[in-house]
Design a protein around this ligand. Structure first.
Ligand SMILES: [Fe+2]
Ligand SMILES: [Fe+2]
Length: 300
């Protein structure tokens, strides 16, 4: 299997006592020496955790935004301060005004920065709607077709169209897929288009069937029993070697996934490094320099 590393720079929980948590997600993918960021978290946490990990963010080739929610995009200017000007790949709808709304309760949850500000901060914005090859065997998926019947989307998530709040179609939702040789590694932001839909489309983009690992946010904390059960069943059929979910997966869905997949399921935390492929030790572990006597999760 092609070797790769995925560092979790921002997540809802963090490996104590060194790393910081926030409601957000940022993953740094390294494949054959090339590095790509998927999402930025919501603030300075990703940058500070990268510093703690000793990662030089200037080596990042491109930043991919999985969708326009603040918890995946608002950290961008803070990261750009470290990286310098970088390609920022996102769907045009990532700049939509996005909201959470349930009954009378509503709040803005879109990207809090104007595009002009991000560009002045060094974002070389490239809009994509379809698949985009970032490097040999590494793609951004672009828009994900909704194929399953059990992934209708979260009804509380809206976007603004002509002054009205409407159900967000999340055309901007996208992931990263890596051809790892024997199969595919799929990285998710929030998987608003559905974690299973994302994997089904990843197969099409990369032209391979086997799903080796799925990493990132699944939004399963908010989608109900039926979708969770159907998702677990679909992943059983895919039979991945690793499911490393976190962020909007939540503890309850994570427990169900852990019960279903045993040691193949990992609940990742900020500060973790997930090593896949031909590394001396596959699994999730803190970098050697930061292995402490207590508090660090170690997944052999
Ligand atoms: Fe999220
Ligand atoms: Fe989201």
């Amino acid at each position: 299997m092609r070797a790769m590393r995925i560092w979790v720079l921002s997540d809802n929980t963090a490996a104590p006592p060194v790393f910081e948590a926030e409601h957000g997600l940022s993953l740094l993918l390294e494949v054959e020496g090339k590095r790509f960021l998927l999402d930025t978290g919501q603030g300075e946490v990703a940058r500070r955790n990268a510093d703690r990990l000793g990662l030089d963010l200037r080596s990042v080739e491109a930043v991919v935004l999985s969708h326009g929610h603040y918890d995946h995009t608002a950290g961008l200017p803070f990261l750009l301060q470290r990286t310098g000007p970088k390609r920022v790949i996102c769907h045009p709808n990532a700049f939509d005004s996005k909201y959470y709304q349930r009954g009378d309760i509503w709040r803005f949850i879109g990207m809090p920065w104007r595009r002009e500000f991000l560009e002045s901060a060094g974002a070389l914005v490239e809009e994509n709607t379809g698949p985009l090859e970032l490097a040999d065997g590494v793609w951004v998926t672009g828009e994900i077709p909704r194929r399953t019947e059990f992934e209708p989307g979260d009804p509380d998530l809206k976007c603004e169209r002509d002054g009205e709040l409407v159900a967000d179609p999340f055309l901007d939702d996208q992931g990263i897929v890596v051809d790892a040789g024997e199969g595919l590694v799929v990285l998710l932001g929030c998987a608003h288009a559905g974690a299973v839909n994302t994997c089904l489309y990843a197969r099409k983009v990369a032209g391979k069937e086997r799903i080796l690992a799925v990493v990132g946010g699944s939004h399963l904390a908010f989608l109900g029993e039926e979708q969770l059960t159907a998702t677990i069943s679909a992943f059983r059929d895919m039979d991945p070697l690793r499911l490393a979910f976190s962020h909007c997966t939540g503890q309850e869905a994570a427990c169900r996934l852990a019960a279903a997949f045993g040691k193949r399921f990992i609940f990742t935390q900020a500060g973790n490094c997930l090593e896949l492929g031909d590394h001396p030790s596959e699994g999730t572990r803190p970098p050697p320099a930061l292995v402490g006597p207590v508090g660090f999760p170690h997944y052999p």
